[in-house]
Design a protein around this ligand. Sequence first.
Ligand code: GLN
Length: 473
Amino acid sequence: MSLSSSTIATLRRRLAAREISPRDIITDLAGTIETRNGTLGAYLTWDVDKALAEAEKADLSLPLGGIPIGIKDNINVTGQPCTCGSRMLSENYTAPYDAGAITRLRNAGAIPFGRLNMDEFAMGSSTENSALGVTRNPHDLDRIPGGSSGGSAAAVAGNLAVATLGSDTGGSIRQPAALCGCVGIKPTYGRISRFGLVAFASSLDQIGPITRTVEDAALLLNHLCGKDPRDSTSLDVPAPDFTSALGRDIKGLRIGLPKEYFISGIHAGVSASVQAAIKKLEGLGAIPVEISLPHTDVGVSTYYIIAPAEASANLARFDGVRYGHRSAGAGDLMEHYMMSREEGFGPEVKRRILLGTYVLSSGYYDAYYLKAQRARTLIRQDFEKAFEQVDVIVSPTSPTPAHRLGELKDNPLAAYLEDIFTIPVNLAGLPGISIPCGTAEEGGRQLPVGLQIIGKPLDEANILRVADAFEKA
Ligand code: GLN
């Protein structure tokens, strides 16, 4: 097996046995990227010399010593580009510092290697909103990898990375993981520092890993979680050893099946795979319980008020003065702002800024933003009630397998609706994982399907436990 298609766990064993060196891993990975990235478009940039220099110094006594991790291009790594898939940041921005998550990875010995494509400023679910290139699904090159962390998922699925980091505001780790057949986990809001993650919607954003196995996800989480004084929303709770949740049975565990999530309109192949997965969990001793999340129907509309509102404020900093593209043709200051932003942002980002500014403007604030905040509370309370009856909740991750490139490009509303099962998890701040659970046939191809497992706040251990039991079965 080539090193780039290995798992972290396997590489760690082989490094410890001195069968391979960190240099071998980087060299192997760089070779695969050189040959395949032209087709897949997972990476925007990668710096082999830098990674090799870090590999030479890797401390193998550390838990992730010598393991390269691909990074979504909205997470700052000192001296590297951080384009956010946008023209706004692609010309003249170099990260001046490491994000909190990167510092933690480095402290555990890992090597950040490569910058992964994404929807512009993480707005989208296909990576087609990137201003910097197309990313393809390794399972069918005519199809999207999902998004917004499409590069992160395509790299893992296409053997161009051992594991990657993504970010998830409304599904952007779980959905591309599902569409590319990977494992992707969005931890509880506040588990992982957002310091140095370019903000999209600050009350929803979380960083998380995309990996080949549940074990690798647990290994990475062990070193990513924890308080960071530079992110006031990061939680001051010690992270458990998540790997101790693995290899345990799930007998008697109560699995909630929200009746609002098992509806018509879901792709037949997705539905069949998810139902089969539920049967398998039952076979392993879990107890299915029908539950209700009555405010599911307002999740998408609530999100598409709150997320753009926060985005419109967060993206105000990209004005060409301190950050971002600076228009060459502007005369006075006002023109400078207007032209820099007009030229720097793509259509989806502009759509969100307009939406967000509108719902926050005086006269509309109460009718939209405040109402959405109330709806968000109701959605969170739905989960609180449900978790009185069950230990975890399962659902499809995405209602459909990967679309063809271009299929939803001119239909943003249809694209928004695809987030129906992932968005409520962010609105409620809960942890959620997507794991591969079979395939669905589409256009004569078998495409990956993801099973989403949602947990109580800070209960990543139980969703990893269920995911691991399912994966092993
Ligand atoms: N697809 C959703 C959106 O476009 C979620 C994106 C994300 O999680 N970053 O906003």
